[in-house]
Design a protein around this ligand. Structure first.
Ligand SMILES: [Zn+2]
Length: 235
């Protein structure tokens, strides 16, 4: 099981780590700043520097078995580090920060749309989220409300509650497509102060102002009880 440094501090861009397993095409480390694909958020990419001075390209990060986090190496990587080697990890921060901005935007949307999430995909260029609603929200008003919540710069904080407390408060769960990050006896809770509170394992910005301006793209009719909202960052 890797120590997941990104859970406590999503702003960590690099760390030192020790190679735990090294398999064809991927390596596992004792700790990492790389977020593994999950909850609609893509896995991080970046580089691993070995103690011998070579730089390996990480093209994706995935969850393996028993809590393992697999750093997927580019196909042209020939020198794979050995178990026990010390390496330096560095994520592609530009891409990850966009994921954090987008992901936090989805929490704000939950506060503005009266429905549950049935699917979501965060991307650096575009994100989409499906809600189980039968009427499309007013696009212009939604965009205005979203940008107002961003500008109000609400702090985002991390806490945890027990599995039993979550069971006693089922309304906290806003996503029907991603189950809360249970299993360790406690569940990670993300609080966008005064706006949204829900279990989530992803990476978020520290305050909503960091998201910057966003634009609502197409709102698509994906069935009787499903509307897909597309979101873009305004650079
Ligand atoms: Zn989240």
């Amino acid at each position: 099981m890797s120590e997941e440094l990104f859970r406590e501090d999503s702003y960590l861009k690099s760390c030192e780590a020790k190679v735990v397993t090294s398999v064809d095409g991927g390596i596992e480390l004792d700790r990492t700043v790389f977020y593994p694909s999950g909850g609609g958020q893509p896995g991080d990419s970046g580089i691993i520097r070995t103690q011998y001075g070579s730089e390996l390209s990480v093209i994706d990060t995935l969850k393996g078995e028993n809590g393992a986090i697999i750093h997927v190496l580019a196909e042209d990587v020939t020198t794979i580090p050995k178990v026990g080697d010390m390496v330096t990890l560095e994520i592609d921060w530009d891409r990850r920060f966009k994921h954090m901005r987008m992901h936090t935007t989805l929490h704000l949307l939950c506060a503005l749309v009266d429905g549950s999430i049935t699917g979501a995909q965060v991307g650096a260029e575009k994100s989409r989220v499906d809600f189980n609603i039968s009427e499309s929200p007013d696009k212009e008003k939604l965009g205005q409300d979203l940008n107002r919540l961003i500008k109000e710069n609400h702090p985002v904080s991390i806490s945890s509650i027990s599995d039993a407390e979550l069971d006693a408060n089922p309304d906290l769960v806003r996503s029907l497509s991603v189950s809360p990050p249970r299993g360790s006896g406690s569940v990670r809770i993300i609080n966008v102060d005064g706006v949204d509170l829900q279990p989530c394992g992803g990476t978020h910005v520290a305050a909503t102002g960091e998201i910057g301006a966003v634009r609502i793209g197409k709102i698509e009719n994906k069935g009787k009880q499903n509307r897909r909202i597309n979101i873009h960052l305004v650079e």
